[in-house]
Design a protein around this ligand. Structure first.
Ligand code: 5AD
Ligand code: SF4
Length: 456
């Protein structure tokens, strides 16, 4: 029947698409995880299928991070492995997304033989790039001043069904001198609050019980600036908190220079906004902070911590620290250690300084702390943080916390794990509890990384 043939010819393009499995691998920050979920939605809408199995993939996307050299090296190694897969599967397409795509552009095609390079603001171009069947690599790396993907409902990848990210703004204009992000993610822009609330409601109705509002500097969130109905970050937090008292709210990340008293008051006011603040210090030395272009002094930072402690009862505080930034002396380093003790951080992400080309620091200051010395300082920082985390956890033994269950403990399938409002991981016996439940737990023991409890 010739009619059938013509139908199938017309549908051939569609059928080709349906045959195509997309596998997405994500590196880097939470923002990248959220972006991969947007990409998932874009390709699914265009008729592709998502797969978790690399060996089923017809198209591989790697969402990448440029923040430190190590992160890029890891991805480049992975791209060599993917190129190897293509030798057995010659139709396989490999695409690089995210910050490395933006930073390296055609270099990735030449060096790593990838078929597609798509920057953080160009994900809507992916279906078009995929449908081009010519041999030339597809590149789309235009940055935007408007794109927020506000209308796209992300497809949850790798989800526990309980906690989710919501991206509320994109880009960064802070230009910390060491940081590549303003160059790879472009100008700051905020997402329409109504779409954020709609996403939070939708997640709640699907059983999610915690959302983390994401942005490179969430305090810069602003909608309808200067107008009567202006919404800043504190107001947005309150709006999301009103969605449902059983929906926990977190946020990441705040820049210390602009975390406001209004935000702290909002966190204190709403029971379901978690008592936890991630406040990157980077260095405890005012001289270093100036070279880093952080726009606050050691004293300013201490004042913010005091305000947090005075406003929010039992607030967990975490931070980021960079060891061995340009010209850092032992005195600067000791200032960092001293500050860590003074704050008593509950947890920290700690890194060796990694010079990134084109940043202010790369242009102006020599990367003059030898690798061994950077590493020695970093190890001192890590060891101190381990002690501080242990001290902080020991203080919790004997106390009761409300824990939101996220899943089964990895070590013991008769135990569950969840988090306190302060973002600490608690392990306790399953009984009849399940992911998504709120459970009152009394802490009976701890390590520096984990609390162990008994449900009440
Ligand atoms: N080298 C080391 N760490 C860096 N970070 C950002 N840029 C660099 C760099 N060039 C760290 C900062 C930031 C976190 C996301 O990564 O601590 O807060
Ligand atoms: Fe980088 Fe600073 Fe922006 Fe954070 S605030 S993304 S460290 S430039």
């Amino acid at each position: 029947n010739w009619d059938d043939v013509s139908v199938s010819k017309a549908n051939l393009k569609e059928i080709e698409k349906v045959m195509k499995n997309v596998y997405i691998e994500t590196y880097g920050c939470q923002m990248n995880q959220a972006d991969s979920e947007v990409v998932g939605a874009i390709v699914k809408t265009a008729g592709y299928d998502l797969t978790n199995d690399l060996y089923e993939a017809d198209i591989i996307f790697v969402n990448t991070c440029s923040i430190r050299e190590n992160a890029e090296l890891r991805v480049k190694k992975r791209l060599i492995e993917f190129d190897g897969l293509r030798k057995k599967k010659n139709w396989l397409k490999i695409g690089v997304l995210g910050c490395m795509a933006e930073r390296l552009q055609t270099q990735l095609v030449e060096e790593c033989k990838v078929d597609m390079v798509v920057g953080p603001d160009a994900y809507r171009d992916i279906p078009e790039l995929l449908s081009q069947s010519n041999k030339k690599a597809g590149i789309s790396v235009e940055l935007s001043t408007e794109e927020t993907y506000a209308d796209i409902v992300p497809i949850k990848l790798d989800t526990n069904g309980v906690t989710a990210f919501i991206s509320i703004m994109r880009g960064c204009e802070d230009f910390c001198s060491y940081c590549v992000v303003p160059y790879t993610r472009g100008r700051e822009r905020s997402r329409d609050p109504q779409t954020i609330i709609a996403e939070a409601k939708d997640l709640f109705s699907k059983g999610y019980r915690e959302v983390t509002l994401l942005g490179q500097n969430v305090n810069s969130y602003i909608w309808n600036k200067g107008k009567e109905d202006e919404i800043n970050f504190a107001k947005l937090m309150a709006m999301v908190a009103e969605v449902n008292p059983l929906l926990r709210i977190r946020f990441s990340t705040s820049h210390p220079k602009d975390i406001s008293q209004e935000l702290l008051d909002t966190i204190a006011k709403y029971e379901n906004i978690c008592n936890f603040i991630h406040l990157p210090l980077q260095s405890g030395s005012t001289r270093m902070l100036q070279l880093m272009n952080r726009k606050y002094t050691r004293e300013d930072y201490m004042a913010k911590i005091t305000a947090i402690k005075n406003t929010i009862k039992d607030c967990g505080i975490a931070t980021d620290i960079i060891a061995g930034f340009c010209s850092e002396t032992l005195e600067d380093h000791n200032n960092t250690l001293e500050m860590m003790r003074w704050v008593g951080y509950d947890s920290a992400y700690m890194f060796n300084y990694s010079q990134r080309s084109n940043t202010l620091a790369a242009k102006k200051y020599p990367d003059d702390i030898p690798y061994e010395e950077k590493t020695r300082r970093l190890e001192e920082i890590i060891e101190l943080q381990r002690e501080l985390s242990l001290q902080s956890n020991r203080k919790d033994v004997g106390k009761e916390f409300e824990v939101l269950v996220e899943g089964q403990s990895k070590r013991n399938d008769k135990q569950l794990f969840g988090r306190t409002s302060q973002n600490k991981v608690v392990i306790f016996d399953c009984k009849d509890f399940k992911p998504g439940d709120y459970v009152k737990v009394k802490i009976v023991d701890c390590t520096s990384a984990t609390l162990f409890g008994e449900s009440l």
